[in-house]
Design a protein around this ligand. Structure first.
Ligand code: ATR
Length: 287
């Protein structure tokens, strides 16, 4: 009998630079699935029209990226507690006639710290730069893994305050602090520093932290993560590396959030090495 073709995809706008099809397709091929991953670069009216006829959509599952991670929620039958807490869905899957939403960004971030560094959360103090959607996923997973404290520095202080107010209720054992980015002090007390803002995407961007904010690794090695992966090394990571600290860009998080989606959709273990190779190859052509 002919094998059935399974279709997956990603909705977002604009989507001309998405790397997801390359590594998802490599994964399908490796595990012998007749499946494809399509790109739906839809304007908001077209996206909403598609979601209104979700029951007729011939996809087994799909991803969402900017700007539809929140927009999709009212169209789904159910979302996980994690997606609800983060306020965003990046992975949707079908179960019978119902559509379920979850968020694999948080787990993707956590897995990137584990696979790259075997990073331990116990007793750690974390600084998060930014208070948008990406910050929420990072905050959620670090708090759920039991770090001691999370400080959020954001350009708009009220947004950081709102963020920690909602997470303090969910994670009463974690200490949360918020500060306006302009009041930034030095980073001595932090073990892990994560940039979740878009600063660094463009060459002309002004650095969020300066040389004097970052102590030398001689006083204690720290871990710096930038969720940006293009450019592969932002000025933020370059400065941290030059001071002797450990650094990581957003590529492993992209890989692991996709690998988790792959597993949810297919029920098969994701061939992460193959997916990683495809991703690295695609990035080296694009950057
Ligand atoms: P995402 O979902 O990718 O996190 P977002 O919700 O738009 O995107 O959040 C972007 C984050 O980058 C915010 O924390 C934003 O700060 P504000 O809340 O003050 O807007 C931050 N950001 C963007 N451009 C910035 C800049 N030039 N300087 C400092 N922070 C910036």
């Amino acid at each position: 009998m002919d094998q059935k073709l399974d279709l997956y995809g990603i909705f977002g706008h604009p989507l001309n630079h998405t790397l997801s099809p390359v590594f998802q397709e490599a994964g399908f091929e490796k595990v012998g699935l007749l499946a494809h991953y399509l790109v739906f670069d839809f304007s908001e009216p077209v996206f909403k029209r598609t979601m209104r006829s979700l029951s007729k959509l011939r996809l087994k599952g799909f991803n969402l990226t900017v700007p539809y991670k929140q927009t999709v929620i009212p169209y789904l039958d159910w979302i996980t507690d994690e997606a609800r807490a983060i306020g965003a869905v990046n992975t949707v899957y079908r179960f019978g006639k119902k559509w379920y939403g979850t968020n694999t960004d948080a787990e993707g971030f956590w897995l990137s710290l584990q696979k790259e560094w075997k990073w331990k959360s116990k007793g750690k103090n974390v600084l998060i730069l930014g208070a948008g959607g990406a910050a929420r996923a990072v905050l959620y997973v670090l708090a759920s893994k039991g770090v001691v404290s999370i400080s959020v520095w954001n350009r708009t202080e009220s947004r950081a305050q709102e963020l920690i107010a909602s997470f303090s209720k969910l994670f009463p054992k974690t200490n949360f602090f918020s500060t306006a980015l302009e009041k930034k002090s030095d980073l001595s007390s932090f073990d892990l520093i994560v940039n979740t803002t878009s600063v660094g995407l463009h060459a002309k961007d002004k650095m969020l932290l300066t040389e004097k904010n970052i102590p030398s690794a001689a006083a204690g090695k720290k871990y710096f993560v930038d969720l940006i992966y293009n450019p592969a090394e932002t000025d933020f990571l370059k400065l941290a590396r030059k001071k002797g600290h450990k650094t990581l860009n957003g590529l492993p998080m992209l890989l692991y959030q996709g690998a988790r989606a792959f597993e949810i959709w297919t029920g098969k273990k994701a061939p992460v090495q193959i997916m990683r190779q495809a991703l690295i190859q695609a990035v080296s052509h694009k950057i």
